[in-house]
Structures are given as structure tokens and as C-alpha cells.
Design a binder for this molecule. Structure first.
Ligand code: HEC
Ligand code: HEC
Length: 215
């Protein structure tokens, strides 16, 4: 148990932060760049500096604001993905300095581990769950969740088995898997933040290709 008393106003603010940043992450993963820029612009406006915050909170808050500004004007999937990963990291930095990691970790619950299965839809449930788990591990921060998330990625069936007819698709899929394998063995926070950005950067191009009109 943490010694710090819970403050309902802060908790409400935290749930709002969590919702906003996860929405941004989901939009970015779907390749909805315009929606990300619009939502991030609102997010920046909502992040007003508050002189009452304790000193150790200032750097994480400034970092979140700077990354939100990047999201509001980003041009590539990679820029957006990297900014999102650094936001998750900054959440974690403040939670460490406020000594509330365990409380945050206990709040973030993604439900049971999904079954591996053998279809593309199964693989996507695993992608989604694992990516969220890795994200949570930065937000809390919580080391075990990183390992849980990356382990499931590594266990996924091979890309060629999922869609043998589509070479370009298999290449994109291999790229995402290669990043996840790299992520599995990274143990420091800087490295994890960077590889989280690389991983999030692989989702959008594939989803755009899937939803593009054929022909
Ligand atoms: C400036 C410091 C700071 C930053 C930045 C910050 N948090 Fe927090 N967070 C806290 C504190 C302090 C608590 C504990 C609140 C309490 O229990 O009173 C907390 C608690 C939480 C909780 C648990 C709430 C609950 O139900 O008990 C979640 C979830 C959370 N933060 C998410 C986030 C996310 C997501 C971000 C980044 C987008 C973030 N936080 C950024 C300070 C921060
Ligand atoms: C190799 C291509 C590929 C990559 C890489 C990929 N996806 Fe997917 N994703 C798909 C396909 C195909 C679907 C199914 C689309 C459909 O038929 O609706 C899908 C659907 C999804 C869905 C359900 C639909 C939705 O929009 O909510 C989620 C969630 C998802 N992917 C998460 C992810 C995440 C997170 C990543 C990055 C870590 C990722 N995917 C990377 C191909 C990919």
C-alpha cells in the first residue's frame, strides 16, 4: 500500500487523462491522422500549467504537453507513435515521483489473456491486448506487464500462416512481429519507450491498407 492519501479530484482527472490518451492511441493505430490531430489540439488546450503542482510533477506535465503538441501537428505515423509512447512514459515518471505506481497498476485491468487462435481476427485480439499491456506497463510503470504483453506477441502464429496469398501483408506483419520480438528483451525504460513507439508505428499502415478500397 502506498502511504499517499487518495484525492478524488486527482483520480477523476487521471481517468480523463487515461481515456483521452487511449483514444488518441487507438485513432493513431487505425491510421486516423486527422482525428488524432483534432483530438490532440483539444488535449493541448486542456493541459493548463498549474502553479499549485509540486515540483517533481512539472517535468512529466511539460513532457505530456510537448508530445501532445507534436501529435496535434504530426505528419507521419512514426511521429505520432513516438509521441504517444513518450506520453505513456511521462505518465509513469509522475506516478513514480508521486509514489502511486501500485495504485495505478491495480486500476489498469485488461481482462483475461486472449486465446491465441489461428485466424487473423484472433491475431488482432492478441495484438490489441498485448499492445495495451505494454502501454500500461509504461503508464504504471509495471515491469511484469511488459513481459506479459511481449510474450503473447512472440507466441503468435507466423504471418505467412495467417495470410499466405498476400506478400505485402506478410511483410508488414513480419515487421510488427520483429519489433515485438525486440521488445521482449528490452528491460530499461528508455529502451521500452522507444520500442513501444516503433511498435505503435507498425499498426496504422497495415490498417489503412486493409480498409482501402480495392482496385
Ligand atoms: C503530474 C503527475 C501525474 C501525471 C503526469 C500523470 N499522473 Fe496519473 N496519477 C497521479 C497521482 C498523484 C495519482 C494518484 C491519485 C490519487 O489516488 O489521489 C495518479 C493516479 C492515476 C491512475 C489511478 C486512478 C485511480 O482510479 O486510482 C490512473 C489510471 C492514472 N493516474 C493514469 C494516468 C495517465 C494515463 C497519465 C498520462 C496520460 C497520467 N496518469 C499522468 C499523478 C500523475
Ligand atoms: C499485418 C497487418 C496488421 C498489422 C501490422 C496490425 N494489424 Fe490490426 N488488423 C489487421 C487486420 C487485417 C484487421 C481486421 C480488419 C477487418 O477486417 O476489420 C485488424 C484489426 C484490428 C483491430 C480490430 C478493429 C479495430 O479497428 O478496432 C484492432 C483492435 C487491431 N487490429 C489492433 C492492432 C494493433 C494495436 C496493431 C499494432 C500493434 C495492429 N493491429 C497491427 C491487420 C494488421
Amino acid at each position: 500500500m502506498s502511504a499517499v492519501a487518495t484525492d478524488p479530484a486527482t483520480v477523476a482527472q487521471m481517468h480523463a487523462l487515461l481515456k483521452t490518451t487511449e483514444t488518441l492511441r487507438e485513432q493513431a493505430s487505425r491510421g486516423q491522422s486527422d482525428a488524432v490531430r483534432a483530438a490532440a489540439t483539444e488535449f493541448v488546450a486542456s493541459l493548463q500549467p498549474d502553479p499549485n503542482h509540486p515540483d517533481p510533477w512539472m517535468d512529466p506535465l511539460a513532457s505530456i504537453r510537448a508530445q501532445a503538441e507534436t501529435l496535434a501537428t504530426h505528419e507521419t505515423d512514426e511521429q505520432a507513435a513516438s509521441a504517444l509512447a513518450q506520453i505513456a512514459r511521462a505518465c509513469g515518471d509522475c506516478h513514480v515521483s508521486a509514489d502511486v505506481q501500485e495504485r495505478v497498476a491495480a486500476t489498469l485491468d485488461r481482462g483475461a489473456t486472449p486465446a491465441l487462435g489461428s485466424t487473423e481476427a484472433d491475431a488482432m485480439r492478441v495484438h490489441d491486448w498485448s499492445t495495451q499491456r505494454m502501454w500500461d506497463s509504461l503508464v504504471a510503470p509495471d515491469k511484469d506487464r511488459w513481459v506479459e504483453g511481449t510474450t503473447l506477441f512472440v507466441l503468435l502464429p507466423s504471418c505467412v500462416d495467417l495470410d499466405p496469398a498476400n506478400e505485402e501483408h506478410a511483410l508488414r506483419c513480419d515487421r510488427a512481429r520483429a519489433v515485438a520480438r525486440r521488445a521482449h528483451v528490452v528491460s530499461d525504460l528508455d529502451g521500452r519507450t522507444s520500442v513501444m513507439g516503433d511498435l505503435l508505428g507498425t499498426c496504422a499502415s497495415c490498417h489503412r491498407a486493409v480498409s482501402a478500397p480495392k482496385g
